[in-house]
Design a protein around this ligand. Structure first.
Ligand code: NAP
Length: 283
């Protein structure tokens, strides 16, 4: 029987911890604060923002949204980031990306203070991931994957993990974090030959491809743990993962559902980072 790795249980555990931590901070008169910088009015960004605001309210984090137009000048945008950076009541900053090309993303990344960089866009924090240091902030999705595996006590040491994604947001940092846990990691991508042969030898397969239901049962074996990070839409507008869940369920050892898997845990990890950032800034 296939075990379904639901995100709601690790999320509940994390939320409980976050509520306790915000209560402790409040006794010292401190309220963890998050700043969201959004350019434009993308419905996806607004939906994610509303989800974050709802969760922050539940936990006791104060959120401020700084919205600006895509027509803002690059200099004005850098000034906005500087101002949010300097606010003492904002401990963690999330900038919705991608930014318009004219906004010089590299300057923005370097400008954000590493101790407020809860989404790990600052090169200093990324370097820490590659060095195996834990005093920075990891990118939220890779950390959510690791949290999921640890919550369900899936052994990583010595495990062969195949990651299908080589982006800086997911695949590359995730591979480094898995190495740190003692896994043997294979990174695959669109140019990988014989992908099926590689995945079918793995203990754990993590997919973050962004193509609906492209991985069927033939990619796995009956002891595979499948972590599906992909968020896609079917033709009739339903959310689905990269894995053909209906076909694969029953044929592998464990699988994350989409929705209901890694996605919600990613948001919870982001809020955990706000609290950690707030605590670190009190020292
Ligand atoms: P991305 O930059 O487009 O990366 C996609 C990766 O998949 C690339 O490395 C690409 O290879 C590879 N790929 C594409 N088609 C493939 C194929 N047929 N076979 C093997 N590999 C293939 O996207 P991303 O930003 O990393 O996001 C990936 C997915 O994760 C999206 O569905 C996104 O919505 C989801 N996501 C989820 C969360 C969450 O919290 N759950 C967070 C972030 C992203 P190349 O490098 O060769 O092009």
């Amino acid at each position: 029987m296939t075990q379904i790795l639901k995100g709601k249980f690790p999320v509940a555990q994390l939320k409980e911890w976050m509520k306790q931590e915000t209560e402790k901070l409040k006794t010292g008169g401190i309220v963890p604060g998050m700043g969201i910088i959004r350019v434009g009015e993308s419905p996806d960004d607004i939906a994610y923002e509303n989800n974050i605001i709802r969760n922050c309210k539940d936990i006791g984090i104060q959120v401020q949204v700084f919205q600006t137009s895509p027509n803002t000048s690059p200099d004005a945008f850098l000034d906005l980031v500087r101002n949010v950076n300097n606010r003492l009541d904002i401990h963690g900053i999330l900038i919705f990306r991608p930014l318009p090309d004219s906004f010089q993303i590299d300057s923005v990344k370097c400008l954000i203070q590493p101790q407020k960089d809860i989404d790990c866009i600052q090169p200093e924090n990324l370097l820490k991931i590659f060095e195996g240091k834990t005093d920075g902030f990891a990118p939220c999705t890779p950390e959510a994957v690791i949290e999921m595996l640890k919550y369900y006590q899936i052994p990583l040491q010595g495990a062969h993990v195949v990651v299908i994604n080589r982006s800086m947001v997911v695949g590359k940092p995730l591979a480094m974090m898995l190495l740190q846990e003692g896994a043997t990691v294979t990174i695959c991508h669109s140019k990988t030959k014989n992908l099926r042969e590689i995945t079918s030898q793995a203990d754990i397969v993590i997919t973050a491809v962004g193509k609906p239901k492209i991985f069927g049962a033939e990619y796995f074996h009956d002891r595979t743990t499948v972590i599906d990070v992909g968020i896609n839409y079917t033709e009739d507008g339903k959310i689905c993962g990269d894995v053909n869940y209906e076909e694969v369920y029953g044929k592998v050892q464990r699988i994350t559902p989409v929705p209901g898997g890694v996605g919600g845990l990613t948001t919870a990890v982001l809020l955990k980072h706000v609290i950690e950032a707030c605590k670190r800034q009190q020292i």
